[in-house]
Design a binder for this molecule. Sequence first.
Ligand code: NDP
Length: 325
Amino acid sequence: MHAKAIRIAANGGPEVMEYVDVDVGAPGPGEILLRQHAIGLNFIDVYFRTGLYPQPLPGGLGKEGAGVVEAVGEGVTNVQPGDRVAYAGGPNGAYADLRVMPAAVVVKLPDAISFETAAAMMLQGLTVQYLFRSTYPLQAGQTILFHAAAGGVGLIACQWARALGVQLIGTVGSKEKGELALAHGAAHVINYNDEDIVARVKDITGGAGVPVVYDSVGKDTFAASLDCLQRRGLMVSFGNASGAVEPFTPGELSKRGSLYITRPTLFDYMTNQQEVEAMSAELFEMVTSGKVTINVNQTFPLAQAAEAHRALEARRTTGSTVLLP
Ligand code: NDP
Protein backbone atom coordinates (compact mmCIF):
# COMPACT_ATOMS: atom_id res chain seq x y z
CA MET A 1 0.00 0.00 0.00
CA HIS A 2 1.09 3.56 -0.68
CA ALA A 3 1.36 6.34 1.85
CA LYS A 4 2.40 9.97 1.88
CA ALA A 5 5.08 10.65 4.45
CA ILE A 6 7.82 13.03 5.51
CA ARG A 7 11.29 11.53 5.27
CA ILE A 8 14.75 12.90 6.01
CA ALA A 9 17.91 11.62 4.32
CA ALA A 10 20.24 13.82 6.37
CA ASN A 11 20.14 15.94 9.51
CA GLY A 12 19.77 19.68 9.13
CA GLY A 13 17.26 22.54 8.96
CA PRO A 14 13.58 22.19 8.05
CA GLU A 15 14.59 21.98 4.37
CA VAL A 16 15.79 18.38 4.85
CA MET A 17 12.18 17.27 5.28
CA GLU A 18 10.83 15.73 2.08
CA TYR A 19 7.19 14.89 1.40
CA VAL A 20 7.31 11.62 -0.51
CA ASP A 21 5.40 8.49 -1.54
CA VAL A 22 6.36 5.43 0.47
CA ASP A 23 5.37 1.79 0.42
CA VAL A 24 3.72 0.47 3.55
CA GLY A 25 3.75 -3.28 4.03
CA ALA A 26 1.29 -5.41 5.96
CA PRO A 27 1.53 -5.31 9.76
CA GLY A 28 3.84 -8.00 11.17
CA PRO A 29 3.44 -9.79 14.51
CA GLY A 30 2.56 -7.27 17.25
CA GLU A 31 1.99 -4.48 14.70
CA ILE A 32 -0.98 -2.55 13.37
CA LEU A 33 -1.70 -0.66 10.15
CA LEU A 34 -3.00 2.76 11.18
CA ARG A 35 -4.84 5.31 9.01
CA GLN A 36 -3.85 8.58 10.65
CA HIS A 37 -6.28 11.50 10.80
CA ALA A 38 -4.07 13.88 12.80
CA ILE A 39 -0.40 14.01 13.79
CA GLY A 40 1.13 15.85 16.75
CA LEU A 41 4.09 18.20 16.35
CA ASN A 42 6.58 18.13 19.21
CA PHE A 43 9.90 19.75 19.96
CA ILE A 44 11.50 16.29 20.07
CA ASP A 45 10.88 16.11 16.30
CA VAL A 46 13.21 19.10 15.92
CA TYR A 47 15.92 17.33 17.95
CA PHE A 48 15.69 14.26 15.69
CA ARG A 49 15.70 16.42 12.55
CA THR A 50 18.79 18.40 13.60
CA GLY A 51 20.59 15.31 14.90
CA LEU A 52 20.75 16.46 18.53
CA TYR A 53 19.04 13.11 19.11
CA PRO A 54 20.56 10.59 16.66
CA GLN A 55 18.56 8.10 14.57
CA PRO A 56 19.41 5.88 11.57
CA LEU A 57 19.00 7.74 8.25
CA PRO A 58 17.17 7.88 5.94
CA GLY A 59 14.25 7.82 8.33
CA GLY A 60 10.90 9.22 9.34
CA LEU A 61 9.94 11.84 11.90
CA GLY A 62 7.19 12.14 14.47
CA LYS A 63 6.16 10.33 17.63
CA GLU A 64 2.45 11.05 17.96
CA GLY A 65 -0.78 10.57 16.08
CA ALA A 66 -4.40 9.49 16.12
CA GLY A 67 -6.52 7.56 13.67
CA VAL A 68 -8.31 4.33 12.83
CA VAL A 69 -6.80 0.85 12.88
CA GLU A 70 -7.08 -0.72 9.39
CA ALA A 71 -5.44 -4.07 10.06
CA VAL A 72 -3.68 -5.91 12.86
CA GLY A 73 -0.81 -8.40 12.77
CA GLU A 74 -0.49 -11.71 14.52
CA GLY A 75 -0.84 -11.68 18.29
CA VAL A 76 -2.37 -8.20 18.60
CA THR A 77 -5.10 -8.24 21.23
CA ASN A 78 -5.39 -4.69 22.56
CA VAL A 79 -7.02 -3.22 19.43
CA GLN A 80 -8.87 -4.41 16.34
CA PRO A 81 -9.68 -3.04 12.87
CA GLY A 82 -12.08 -0.10 13.11
CA ASP A 83 -10.89 1.07 16.53
CA ARG A 84 -10.17 4.76 17.06
CA VAL A 85 -6.74 4.99 18.69
CA ALA A 86 -4.01 7.45 19.64
CA TYR A 87 -0.40 7.14 20.71
CA ALA A 88 2.79 8.85 21.80
CA GLY A 89 5.98 6.89 21.30
CA GLY A 90 7.27 4.01 19.26
CA PRO A 91 9.66 4.44 16.36
CA ASN A 92 9.77 7.79 14.54
CA GLY A 93 7.47 7.91 11.53
CA ALA A 94 4.25 9.57 12.67
CA TYR A 95 4.50 12.17 9.88
CA ALA A 96 2.48 9.99 7.46
CA ASP A 97 -1.11 9.40 6.44
CA LEU A 98 -0.76 5.64 6.84
CA ARG A 99 1.81 3.68 8.85
CA VAL A 100 2.67 0.33 10.34
CA MET A 101 3.63 0.54 14.02
CA PRO A 102 3.79 -1.46 17.25
CA ALA A 103 0.35 -2.13 18.75
CA ALA A 104 1.75 -1.87 22.27
CA VAL A 105 2.04 1.92 22.20
CA VAL A 106 -1.53 2.69 21.06
CA VAL A 107 -4.56 3.13 23.27
CA LYS A 108 -8.24 3.26 22.40
CA LEU A 109 -9.55 6.78 22.23
CA PRO A 110 -12.73 7.79 24.08
CA ASP A 111 -15.45 8.92 21.64
CA ALA A 112 -15.54 12.33 23.33
CA ILE A 113 -11.98 13.11 22.19
CA SER A 114 -11.46 14.09 18.54
CA PHE A 115 -8.49 12.88 16.49
CA GLU A 116 -7.13 16.43 16.35
CA THR A 117 -7.30 16.89 20.11
CA ALA A 118 -5.79 13.45 20.68
CA ALA A 119 -2.88 14.09 18.34
CA ALA A 120 -2.26 17.38 20.11
CA MET A 121 -2.36 16.03 23.63
CA MET A 122 -0.91 12.54 23.90
CA LEU A 123 2.80 13.28 24.06
CA GLN A 124 2.51 16.64 25.81
CA GLY A 125 -0.25 15.53 28.20
CA LEU A 126 1.40 12.25 29.15
CA THR A 127 4.55 14.26 29.81
CA VAL A 128 2.74 16.50 32.29
CA GLN A 129 1.17 13.39 33.82
CA TYR A 130 4.51 11.74 34.62
CA LEU A 131 6.27 14.99 35.58
CA PHE A 132 3.58 16.00 38.08
CA ARG A 133 2.50 12.58 39.33
CA SER A 134 5.66 10.43 39.19
CA THR A 135 8.91 12.37 38.78
CA TYR A 136 7.95 14.73 41.59
CA PRO A 137 4.45 13.99 42.92
CA LEU A 138 3.01 17.44 43.53
CA GLN A 139 1.00 18.32 46.62
CA ALA A 140 -1.75 20.93 46.88
CA GLY A 141 -0.40 24.21 48.24
CA GLN A 142 3.08 23.90 46.71
CA THR A 143 4.59 26.59 44.51
CA ILE A 144 6.63 25.40 41.53
CA LEU A 145 8.58 26.89 38.61
CA PHE A 146 7.69 25.68 35.10
CA HIS A 147 9.51 27.05 32.05
CA ALA A 148 7.95 27.74 28.62
CA ALA A 149 4.50 27.89 30.19
CA ALA A 150 2.66 29.01 27.05
CA GLY A 151 3.94 26.13 24.87
CA GLY A 152 2.32 22.77 24.18
CA VAL A 153 3.48 21.06 27.35
CA GLY A 154 3.27 24.40 29.18
CA LEU A 155 -0.44 25.20 28.72
CA ILE A 156 -1.37 21.68 29.80
CA ALA A 157 0.93 22.03 32.84
CA CYS A 158 -0.69 25.35 33.86
CA GLN A 159 -4.15 23.77 33.89
CA TRP A 160 -3.06 20.51 35.53
CA ALA A 161 -1.26 22.43 38.30
CA ARG A 162 -4.37 24.51 38.95
CA ALA A 163 -6.45 21.32 39.18
CA LEU A 164 -4.00 19.96 41.78
CA GLY A 165 -4.14 23.15 43.83
CA VAL A 166 -0.52 23.98 42.97
CA GLN A 167 0.70 27.54 42.33
CA LEU A 168 2.60 27.41 39.06
CA ILE A 169 5.09 30.18 38.29
CA GLY A 170 5.48 30.06 34.50
CA THR A 171 8.21 31.59 32.39
CA VAL A 172 7.34 32.94 28.94
CA GLY A 173 8.97 34.86 26.10
CA SER A 174 6.38 37.63 25.58
CA LYS A 175 3.60 39.59 27.24
CA GLU A 176 0.93 37.84 25.15
CA LYS A 177 2.27 34.42 26.11
CA GLY A 178 2.20 35.52 29.75
CA GLU A 179 -1.47 36.43 29.46
CA LEU A 180 -2.19 33.06 27.88
CA ALA A 181 -0.42 31.16 30.68
CA LEU A 182 -2.32 33.15 33.33
CA ALA A 183 -5.62 32.48 31.58
CA HIS A 184 -4.83 28.75 31.73
CA GLY A 185 -4.14 28.69 35.43
CA ALA A 186 -0.58 29.89 36.02
CA ALA A 187 -0.50 31.75 39.33
CA HIS A 188 2.38 34.03 38.24
CA VAL A 189 4.32 34.59 35.04
CA ILE A 190 7.88 35.77 34.45
CA ASN A 191 8.94 37.11 31.05
CA TYR A 192 12.49 35.78 30.91
CA ASN A 193 13.43 38.19 28.14
CA ASP A 194 13.20 41.19 30.44
CA GLU A 195 12.84 39.92 34.02
CA ASP A 196 15.29 38.23 36.37
CA ILE A 197 13.93 34.72 36.97
CA VAL A 198 15.69 34.14 40.30
CA ALA A 199 14.78 37.53 41.78
CA ARG A 200 11.12 37.10 40.80
CA VAL A 201 10.89 33.55 42.16
CA LYS A 202 12.51 34.61 45.44
CA ASP A 203 10.12 37.55 45.63
CA ILE A 204 7.01 35.44 44.94
CA THR A 205 8.05 32.75 47.47
CA GLY A 206 9.08 35.17 50.22
CA GLY A 207 12.75 34.24 49.76
CA ALA A 208 12.17 30.50 50.15
CA GLY A 209 12.55 29.32 46.55
CA VAL A 210 10.62 26.39 45.09
CA PRO A 211 10.81 22.64 45.87
CA VAL A 212 10.88 21.68 42.18
CA VAL A 213 11.74 23.30 38.85
CA TYR A 214 10.59 21.79 35.55
CA ASP A 215 13.02 23.05 32.92
CA SER A 216 12.63 22.18 29.22
CA VAL A 217 14.43 25.27 27.92
CA GLY A 218 17.81 23.80 28.84
CA LYS A 219 20.99 25.74 28.13
CA ASP A 220 19.63 29.28 28.66
CA THR A 221 17.77 28.66 31.93
CA PHE A 222 19.70 25.85 33.63
CA ALA A 223 21.78 27.92 36.05
CA ALA A 224 18.90 30.20 37.03
CA SER A 225 16.70 27.16 37.61
CA LEU A 226 19.18 25.72 40.13
CA ASP A 227 19.27 29.10 41.89
CA CYS A 228 15.47 29.05 42.31
CA LEU A 229 15.44 25.80 44.29
CA GLN A 230 15.01 25.36 48.01
CA ARG A 231 17.52 23.30 49.95
CA ARG A 232 17.23 19.63 48.81
CA GLY A 233 14.98 20.73 45.94
CA LEU A 234 14.63 18.79 42.69
CA MET A 235 15.77 20.05 39.29
CA VAL A 236 13.82 18.31 36.55
CA SER A 237 15.72 19.00 33.33
CA PHE A 238 13.45 17.58 30.63
CA GLY A 239 14.27 19.39 27.41
CA ASN A 240 16.66 21.49 25.35
CA ALA A 241 14.63 24.03 23.39
CA SER A 242 17.50 26.56 23.66
CA GLY A 243 20.25 23.94 23.28
CA ALA A 244 21.70 21.12 25.36
CA VAL A 245 22.68 21.90 28.95
CA GLU A 246 26.43 22.36 29.31
CA PRO A 247 28.45 19.97 31.49
CA PHE A 248 28.52 20.82 35.19
CA THR A 249 30.03 19.28 38.31
CA PRO A 250 28.07 17.79 41.24
CA GLY A 251 29.57 20.56 43.38
CA GLU A 252 27.02 22.91 41.79
CA LEU A 253 24.31 20.89 43.57
CA SER A 254 25.99 20.85 46.99
CA LYS A 255 26.81 24.54 47.05
CA ARG A 256 23.17 25.41 46.41
CA GLY A 257 21.87 23.20 49.23
CA SER A 258 22.17 19.46 48.47
CA LEU A 259 19.98 19.66 45.39
CA TYR A 260 18.78 16.68 43.36
CA ILE A 261 18.68 16.54 39.59
CA THR A 262 16.92 14.22 37.14
CA ARG A 263 16.90 14.17 33.35
CA PRO A 264 13.73 12.17 32.58
CA THR A 265 12.14 11.16 29.29
CA LEU A 266 8.53 10.16 28.80
CA PHE A 267 9.45 6.85 27.22
CA ASP A 268 11.08 5.59 30.44
CA TYR A 269 7.74 6.08 32.19
CA MET A 270 5.81 4.16 29.50
CA THR A 271 7.74 0.92 29.35
CA ASN A 272 4.82 -1.49 29.06
CA GLN A 273 1.19 -1.50 28.06
CA GLN A 274 -0.01 -1.31 31.65
CA GLU A 275 1.86 1.98 32.18
CA VAL A 276 0.65 3.34 28.84
CA GLU A 277 -2.97 2.50 29.69
CA ALA A 278 -2.83 3.87 33.24
CA MET A 279 -1.17 7.16 32.27
CA SER A 280 -3.51 7.62 29.29
CA ALA A 281 -6.57 6.93 31.45
CA GLU A 282 -5.52 9.69 33.82
CA LEU A 283 -4.92 12.11 30.96
CA PHE A 284 -8.26 11.25 29.31
CA GLU A 285 -10.03 11.88 32.61
CA MET A 286 -8.38 15.31 32.97
CA VAL A 287 -9.50 16.23 29.45
CA THR A 288 -13.00 14.75 29.38
CA SER A 289 -13.77 16.26 32.80
CA GLY A 290 -12.82 19.69 31.42
CA LYS A 291 -10.03 20.26 33.97
CA VAL A 292 -7.56 20.43 31.09
CA THR A 293 -8.49 21.91 27.70
CA ILE A 294 -6.24 21.13 24.77
CA ASN A 295 -5.37 24.19 22.71
CA VAL A 296 -4.74 23.32 19.08
CA ASN A 297 -3.51 26.79 18.25
CA GLN A 298 -1.85 25.91 14.92
CA THR A 299 -2.64 23.38 12.21
CA PHE A 300 -0.60 22.72 9.06
CA PRO A 301 -1.11 20.31 6.16
CA LEU A 302 1.30 17.38 6.56
CA ALA A 303 2.95 18.44 3.29
CA GLN A 304 3.94 21.70 5.04
CA ALA A 305 5.54 20.09 8.07
CA ALA A 306 8.72 22.08 7.40
CA GLU A 307 6.75 25.31 7.92
CA ALA A 308 5.43 23.96 11.20
CA HIS A 309 8.99 23.25 12.35
CA ARG A 310 10.04 26.79 11.41
CA ALA A 311 7.20 28.27 13.45
CA LEU A 312 7.97 26.08 16.49
CA GLU A 313 11.69 26.84 16.46
CA ALA A 314 11.10 30.56 15.96
CA ARG A 315 8.87 30.56 19.08
CA ARG A 316 5.89 31.69 17.00
CA THR A 317 3.57 28.96 18.33
CA THR A 318 1.54 28.69 21.52
CA GLY A 319 -0.18 25.58 22.86
CA SER A 320 -0.18 22.56 20.57
CA THR A 321 0.35 22.18 16.82
CA VAL A 322 -1.22 19.49 14.66
CA LEU A 323 -0.32 18.27 11.15
CA LEU A 324 -3.23 17.13 8.99
CA PRO A 325 -2.67 14.43 6.34
P1 NDP B 1 6.76 24.20 23.05
O1 NDP B 1 5.45 24.40 22.40
O2 NDP B 1 6.84 24.42 24.52
O3 NDP B 1 7.83 25.08 22.31
C1 NDP B 1 9.06 25.34 22.92
C2 NDP B 1 9.03 26.70 23.66
O4 NDP B 1 10.25 26.84 24.35
C3 NDP B 1 8.93 27.89 22.75
O5 NDP B 1 7.62 28.21 22.36
C4 NDP B 1 9.56 28.98 23.59
O6 NDP B 1 8.58 29.62 24.39
C5 NDP B 1 10.51 28.20 24.50
N1 NDP B 1 11.91 28.49 24.18
C6 NDP B 1 12.81 29.05 25.01
N2 NDP B 1 13.98 29.21 24.40
C7 NDP B 1 13.83 28.78 23.13
C8 NDP B 1 14.70 28.72 22.01
N3 NDP B 1 15.97 29.16 22.07
N4 NDP B 1 14.22 28.22 20.86
C9 NDP B 1 12.96 27.77 20.77
N5 NDP B 1 12.09 27.81 21.82
C10 NDP B 1 12.52 28.30 22.99
O7 NDP B 1 7.28 22.71 22.72
P2 NDP B 1 6.72 21.33 23.28
O8 NDP B 1 5.50 21.55 24.08
O9 NDP B 1 6.70 20.36 22.17
O10 NDP B 1 7.89 20.85 24.25
C11 NDP B 1 8.31 21.67 25.33
C12 NDP B 1 9.62 21.17 25.85
O11 NDP B 1 9.42 19.97 26.58
C13 NDP B 1 10.66 20.85 24.78
O12 NDP B 1 11.94 21.24 25.25
C14 NDP B 1 10.58 19.35 24.69
O13 NDP B 1 11.75 18.77 24.21
C15 NDP B 1 10.32 18.97 26.13
N6 NDP B 1 9.68 17.67 26.27
C16 NDP B 1 10.35 16.72 26.98
C17 NDP B 1 9.79 15.50 27.22
C18 NDP B 1 10.47 14.53 28.09
O14 NDP B 1 9.87 13.52 28.46
N7 NDP B 1 11.70 14.74 28.46
C19 NDP B 1 8.49 15.13 26.62
C20 NDP B 1 7.84 16.23 25.92
C21 NDP B 1 8.43 17.44 25.76
P3 NDP B 1 8.83 31.16 24.85
O15 NDP B 1 8.82 31.97 23.59
O16 NDP B 1 7.71 31.46 25.75
O17 NDP B 1 10.18 31.16 25.51
